[in-house]
Design a protein around this ligand. Structure first.
Ligand SMILES: [Zn+2]
Ligand SMILES: [Zn+2]
Length: 242
């Protein structure tokens, strides 16, 4: 199993300066509170506990591929309007608990840690993009105390990857819970759920960030909205592939 290399961030910190140094020099590991690894938001033990998908990886979702076809069975069955997919981790173990703590516990340090891991994975994947766009709504859940951790994750990703952050996506209809629905119902549910505005998208390659990719129906609906608004290409980046 591959684990996160700790080699990327010193160079990154040197090239991007103080703002990044702040992000990458947290006092304590965001997951367990121990001393963090150098230039990381997590300690070495927690970094090594992030469950990564085992290769071969599916090029459309970044999850594990069964190896029989070019893409995993779920990606073969579903419309994938994006050109490539990258997943930071599997939705399991420490990653699942960090995402839950971020979504429901409002822990800022975790948003920073996940944003850093996403940037590291992105650099490792070696893909170019012009703009980074966070998934609205469940990502951009408006936190009652007036602070949005999910947006912070995207901001950290944007700074570390050096890809400008834009927020052209809007949810134009509230989406009922996807859990428990079959594939067709999920798609119906999401039809026209998003709209994207702004000439900034025209001709651009956009990296679309979401926390968890399950069937990919949400990612698909959002990617279609970006493409309809003029984006040239969408790359799907999820924190965890379920
Ligand atoms: Zn730790
Ligand atoms: Zn796939």
């Amino acid at each position: 199993m591959t684990t996160f290399s700790r080699a990327y961030f010193p160079a990154l910190a040197a090239s991007l300066g103080e703002a990044v140094a702040d992000i990458l020099d947290p006092p304590l590991c965001a997951a367990c509170g121990m001393e963090p690894a150098e230039k990381h938001s997590l300690c070495g033990k927690c970094l090594d506990s992030i469950p990564l998908p085992s290769p071969p990886l599916c090029p459309l979702c970044g999850g594990e591929n069964d190896g029989l076809f070019d893409a995993c069975l779920e990606c073969l069955k579903m419309d994938r309007p994006w050109s490539k997919g990258v997943a930071v981790a599997r939705m399991d173990g420490l990653m699942a608990s960090l995402i839950r703590r971020l979504k429901y516990g409002g822990e800022t340090a975790i948003a920073r840690a996940l944003g850093s891991l996403a940037a590291e994975k992105w650099l490792e994947a070696g893909i170019d993009a012009d703009l980074a766009v966070p998934m609205p709504a469940h990502w951009t859940r408006k936190i009652l105390r007036g602070f949005n951790q999910a947006d912070l994750t995207a901001t950290v990703f944007s700074r570390l990857s050096n890809i400008p952050l834009r927020r052209p996506l809007k949810r134009i209809k509230p989406t009922p819970k996807q859990a428990g629905l079959d594939r067709a119902a999920r798609l119906r549910n999401l039809e026209n759920a998003f709209t994207a505005r702004g000439s900034a998208l025209s001709g651009k390659t956009v990296v679309l960030l979401d926390d968890v990719m399950t069937t990919g129906a949400t990612m698909s609906a959002a990617a279609n909205a970006l493409l309809e608004a003029g984006a040239e290409k969408v790359v799907a980046l999820s924190l965890a592939r379920a």
